[in-house]
Design a protein around this ligand. Structure first.
Ligand SMILES: Cc1cc2nc3c(=O)[nH]c(=O)nc-3n(C[C@H](O)[C@H](O)[C@H](O)COP(=O)(O)OP(=O)(O)OC[C@H]3O[C@@H](n4cnc5c(N)ncnc54)[C@H](O)[C@@H]3O)c2cc1C
Length: 502
């Protein structure tokens, strides 16, 4: 166990939340609302927001309408568009954390270094850069999409120009009149490419796999609309329900790819309308079924690709030589800056490096050869009294905020039961975990994620789908509605040594 650090306090919190993004805030608010007060939140940065604090690239915004990409308990009438942009989502999260009085509970600039379970004392020992804490339970809300992924290519460090990832945008670097290489055509790239294209001199967009990009049904919301929404909250509620129903239909299609065949045909027809040049159209036509990778929405991406200063390079990026970027087909271009739109490393959540299970094993060591597993994306093998937010196999094509809220209901129920029934330790039963994950994997086989002919970030290095939930969101919400203690090995404080498999 690491040495005690400064600021050590002997207080034992009932619970501890690590991270103040949408998940950590949802957990804190719902815990507070349920009367559960004795918990602490730490956040490594100096403000809340997570993803929406970190990603500031031009054009960054959500691709799910804001009526749904917002908490069910905190609707907003302030959105500037049907799909909000990053600064206003960040502002929304800050407002919510203030309105619900969560901000004062957060210790900012405090990063969890190590979390270890003390079996004798039945609590977590949490070492941070600001000292040691103790808590009977922990919620890891440290984010599923946080680690920029940059290909490890030889000679990259010898590149003479500027280089940055979309999640670490260098706002001090003026792109005006620069020769720019964008590597990747995923969710972030299709948002920033149209923003930078008008100001740069030349733009080379390296595309390894063409994504499906559908028109974005976005609209600005003027003051009259905002006032109407503020005065008649039912408008927003109806819109939220409508979007939820539409996404439910999309999810049905993702689980039953045959139902998506007409959408594939329609999307190809749309491409014909949007792109006149046959070669470009051929190059941006995806070679996998729609939905296999996350469907992207944009109205300005294809126009930006057709601008005279843009060249689409439908080949992977293989390396640099001086200031020259090189594509897999040997094509070479001199550029001033490389912008990585290569997404995130998601199959190995970084929190695994900091958490040790009850046997003292570091989770990232256990996850080295395969991606993590959890029960309902939340409870990890041999990790007692701990809950992971947005963990493996809970991804439904919907708003992540709704997923986080569903998990929060489960966690609040677990913590309430722990307190009420004097549970000192609960850990997911290995047989329950194994049976659940077997069913998940079996049911994923026929979904478009596994059968749609793409290699997406849902699949780990072994081709195992660690991300998606194979059923509907309502099924996920139903399963996460309450904790079934029969699925856990439970110890009670009064009879600490008698392990009760309830
Ligand atoms: C660019 C981008 C766009 C997206 N768009 C959408 C969208 O349109 N719709 C959608 O549904 N989802 C979208 N997502 C998914 C998005 O990740 C989630 O919606 C959401 O932000 C996840 O929230 P979170 O709180 O779980 O994690 P995060 O937002 O990542 O927050 C985690 C927090 O934990 C903190 N933290 C991490 N490690 C530690 C530590 N060791 N100690 C202390 N604190 C720590 C971090 O600083 C951070 O504040 C998008 C993601 C990205 C990256």
């Amino acid at each position: 166990m690491p040495k005690n650090k400064r600021n050590t306090s002997s207080e034992i919190y009932d619970s501890f939340i690590v991270g103040a993004g949408i998940s950590g805030l949802a957990a804190a608010i719902k815990l507070k609302q349920s009367g559960y007060e004795h918990f602490k939140i730490i956040e490594k940065a100096n403000r809340v927001g997570g993803t929406w604090r970190e990603n500031t690239y031009p054009g960054c915004g959500c691709d799910v309408p804001s009526s749904l990409y917002s908490y069910s308990f905190a609707p907003s009438s302030e959105w500037s568009h049907l799909f909000a942009k990053q600064p206003e989502i960040l502002h929304y999260l800050e407002t919510v954390s203030r309105d619900f009085d969560i901000e004062p509970m957060i210790e900012f600039n405090t990063s969890l270094d190590e979390a270890r379970w003390d079996e004798q004392k039945k609590y977590w020992v949490l070492d941070t850069n600001n000292g040691r804490h103790f808590a009977k339970s922990v919620i890891f809300a440290t984010g599923p999409i946080t680690e920029p992924s940059i290909p490890k290519l030889p000679d990259l460090e010898n590149f003479k120009g500027e280089m940055f990832h979309s999640a670490q945008w260098n706002h001090d670097y003026d792109l005006s009149d620069k020769r720019v290489a964008v590597i990747g055509t995923g969710a972030s790239a299709i948002q920033f490419v149209p923003q930078i294209q008008p100001k740069v001199k030349t733009l080379y967009v390296f595309q390894r796999t063409a994504p499906w990009v559908l028109p974005k049904p976005d609209l600005p919301l003027n003051n009259i609309s905002k006032k109407a929404i503020a005065h008649f909250p039912q408008i927003q509620k109806n819109w939220r329900n409508t979007v939820a129903h539409i996404l439910n239909g999309v999810n049905f299609g993702l689980r039953n790819p045959k139902a998506l065949k007409p959408v594939n045909v329609l999307a190809k027809q749309l491409l014909k309308l949007q792109i006149k040049d046959r070669t470009l159209r051929k190059n941006v036509t995806p070679n996998f079924d729609i939905g296999c990778k996350r469907i992207l929405f944009a109205n300005n991406y294809y126009p930006a690709l057709q601008a005279p200063n843009t060249t689409l390079i439908p080949h992977g990026f293989v390396g640099v030589e001086g200031n020259t970027v090189i594509a897999a087909n040997g094509e070479r271009h001199d550029v001033d800056v490389i912008i990585w739109g290569t997404g995130f490393e998601v199959s190995h959540p970084p929190i695994g490096q900091r958490v040790f299970n009850e046997k003292g094993e570091r989770l990232s060591d256990l996850w080295k050869d395969s991606s993590p597993e959890a029960y309902l994306g939340t409870a990890i093998d041999k990790v007692p009294n701990a809950f992971l937010m947005l963990g493996p196999n809970v991804l439904v094509y919907d708003s992540f905020i709704r997923l986080a809220e569903a998990q929060t209901d489960y966690i609040v129920d677990a913590l309430t039961k722990m307190k009420r029934e004097s549970i000192s330790k609960m850990v997911i039963r290995p047989d329950v975990l194994a049976a659940h994950n077997k069913r998940v994997q079996r049911n994923l086989k026929t979904t478009v994620f596994n059968s749609g002919g793409c290699s997406s970030y849902y699949l780990d290095q072994n081709g195992r789908n660690f991300a998606a939930w194979p059923w509907s969101l309502s099924e996920l919400q139903r399963r996460l509605n309450a904790v079934d203690l029969n699925e856990y090995q439970v110890n009670y404080a009064a009879k600490q040594n008698k392990s009760k498999a309830a």
